[in-house]
Structures are given as structure tokens and as C-alpha cells.
Design a protein around this ligand. Structure first.
Ligand SMILES: [Mg+2]
Length: 316
């Protein structure tokens, strides 16, 4: 069994004792087999007429702390959900939202969540066109996104010799979560920025066109950089060589690591909910080039094997 490091336990702080690294992957494989589907298994699915569909969820105590600002929960739900469409080269257009909430949950707080959903929809120019509400033990929301793509880019297309790109800095969300858990009364400005990165991550919609035009494979950083590197390597049947010096880090993360005695590369590798895009391309592009696609298998950091379970965020 793999134990996730304490600082990367999500907001819930505990996982079931039967949690194992491969459980999520084997469950998806079993479902795929049971449903006899060739389409299941990527960030989103590409259907006829350029239609792209995806879904994502936010769950109390898993994706956000009980006392988290309600607007931020709504905003993050939309960012997380559209990120899966953008990283495939698609443009998100419409959302359906399923809301599950406990008996007696204050309606005012639910409406605040929808204020955040509205803010995000205006920011991304997407529209909520329906959904469902139901009673549940915990507060959670599911978002189903409909988008369109001219060219859909899977996880499986990386070619030997391609450059490996990461759209922007990573590590900020985990640092923000760490700071929230510290529960300080007053935060400095770089700390506030990291917290806001964690609470309200933003997706760069311009990446949709970049991926669609130039990428051979692509994935968004939702679980962790390590986990997404492994997905690309495995599903493309290649080896990925990553150079730690090339991984983009924000000045705020560097400052945080200096003040709190943390390793920035460790944070960059483990942090989830970043919604940056990791992609491969044979072209020279104006994005941080963090490595190269080679013949073989596995993921290597500065020439050394990077374990698949490094700081793994378990869903189960
Ligand atoms: Mg994804």
C-alpha cells in the first residue's frame, strides 16, 4: 500500500485503508471492459461532428475543506471540468450541473456556490443549460461539459523526438492548500496569491488552439505532474525524460519554499488541481520545454527513474 505524504492528502486528511495505487486504474479498466467501450479512458471523449464531452466533480472534504469559501467551490468546479476539454484541443460551450446536498444545508450557501459557477461561466464564456438536484450525505457537485473540437488530441500520440511542454508553473495549488491548513490569522501577499491559486484555479483557454494545432499528445495536470507524465508515457508507449531545472516555478512558490523550508521541485511534482497542460509536440513553441520524448518506457527525472507513486493523490 502506498501512503500519500501528509501534505498531499487532499483536504480530507484520510484515505480508506484498502486504498492502493492501481485501484483507480484497474477499476476504470474493468468498467471499460464491462461496458465494452473503446472510448473510455481519456480526459474527454470525441464523438461525431466534433463533439467533445467530459465530466468532473467536487466533493466536500475531498476537493475542498468544509469551511471553504462557497464561491470558490463553484468556480473550481467549472475550471476543473472545462480543463479536460481544453487540454484535448476543444472549446467548452455548455455545462449541466448535478448538485447533491445534505438535508438542512443552508440554501444561501448553495446559491453562493452558484455565484461562483456564474463568475466562472462568464470568465470562460460557457453556459449552464441544465442539471439536477438531489439529497445526499455530503455536499458534492458534478459538472458535465459539452464542447467542440476541430482536432482532438489524445494522451496516446507522443512521438519519439517530440519536445515535452508544460504550459505554465506548477506547485502553487499544493502550497496554497498547505497555507490554508496552517490556519494563520494573517497571510502575506505571496501567501494570499498561492491560496487563491488553490481555491480558484484558472484555465488558459488559449491552450485549446495551441494543442489542437501543434500537439501530438496532451493531458491536463489535475492529479499531479508525476501522475500525468506517467499517463502520457504509458498511453503513448514512450519514455519521457524530464529536466527538473526546466520545470516552471512561480516566484510565489519559490518564496514559500524558502520561508517554510520546502523543496520547490517536490511541490511541483506532487501538486494537483493545477489545470496546466502537459503536451508533446515536434514544433518549437513559446512554452516551457521541460523534457523530451525518447524510445523506451517510463518517466525519468534528470536521468533517474521517477516513481509512478511519487506523492500519489489517491481517489480511493
Ligand atoms: Mg484530466
Amino acid at each position: 500500500m502506498v501512503e500519500r505524504p501528509a501534505e498531499n492528502r487532499g483536504v480530507g486528511g484520510s484515505s480508506p485503508p484498502w486504498a492502493t495505487l492501481n485501484l483507480e486504474f484497474s477499476l476504470i479498466a474493468d468498467i471499460k471492459k464491462l461496458l465494452n467501450s473503446q472510448l473510455i479512458g481519456d480526459d474527454a471523449v470525441f464523438l461525431e461532428n466534433g463533439i467533445v464531452l467530459s465530466c468532473d466533480s467536487v466533493v466536500e472534504e475531498v476537493h475542498f475543506l468544509k469551511g471553504a469559501p462557497k464561491r470558490a467551490i463553484g468556480f473550481k468546479l467549472i475550471s476543473a471540468s472545462i480543463s479536460d476539454i481544453v487540454c484535448k484541443g476543444g472549446k467548452p460551450k455548455y455545462c449541466l450541473i448535478a448538485l447533491h446536498f445534505p438535508r438542512g444545508y443552508p440554501l444561501k450557501e448553495i446559491l453562493e456556490i452558484y455565484e461562483g459557477i456564474k463568475e466562472a461561466c462568464e470568465h470562460y464564456s460557457v453556459e449552464v443549460v441544465g442539471g439536477n438536484t438531489t439529497r445526499s450525505g455530503l455536499l458534492s457537485l458534478d459538472c458535465f461539459v459539452f464542447g467542440k473540437a476541430k482536432r482532438f488530441v489524445r494522451r496516446s500520440g507522443a512521438k519519439v523526438g517530440d519536445y515535452l511542454y508544460l504550459s505554465a508553473s506548477v506547485g502553487n495549488s499544493l502550497a496554497g492548500l498547505y497555507l490554508l491548513k496552517e490556519g494563520k490569522r494573517i497571510y502575506k501577499s505571496f501567501e494570499k496569491k498561492l491560496i487563491s491559486w488553490h481555491l480558484k484555479p484558472k484555465v488558459d483557454l488559449r491552450l485549446s488552439r495551441v494543442v489542437s494545432k501543434f500537439a501530438t499528445s496532451s493531458i491536463d495536470v489535475s492529479d499531479s505532474l508525476v501522475s500525468e507524465l506517467w499517463h502520457l508515457a504509458k498511453e503513448s508507449g514512450v519514455r519521457l525524460d524530464v529536466y527538473s531545472k526546466a520545470i516552471p516555478l512561480s516566484p510565489e512558490l519559490l518564496k514559500f519554499c524558502k520561508v517554510y523550508g520546502k523543496n520547490p521541485i517536490d511541490f511541483a511534482l506532487k501538486s494537483g488541481e493545477e489545470y496546466r497542460v502537459l503536451f508533446t509536440s515536434p514544433y518549437e513553441l513559446p512554452y516551457p520545454k521541460i523534457g523530451r520524448v525518447r524510445e523506451g518506457e517510463g518517466v525519468f527525472l534528470d536521468g533517474k527513474p521517477l516513481e509512478e507513486d511519487y506523492g500519489y493523490f489517491k481517489h480511493f
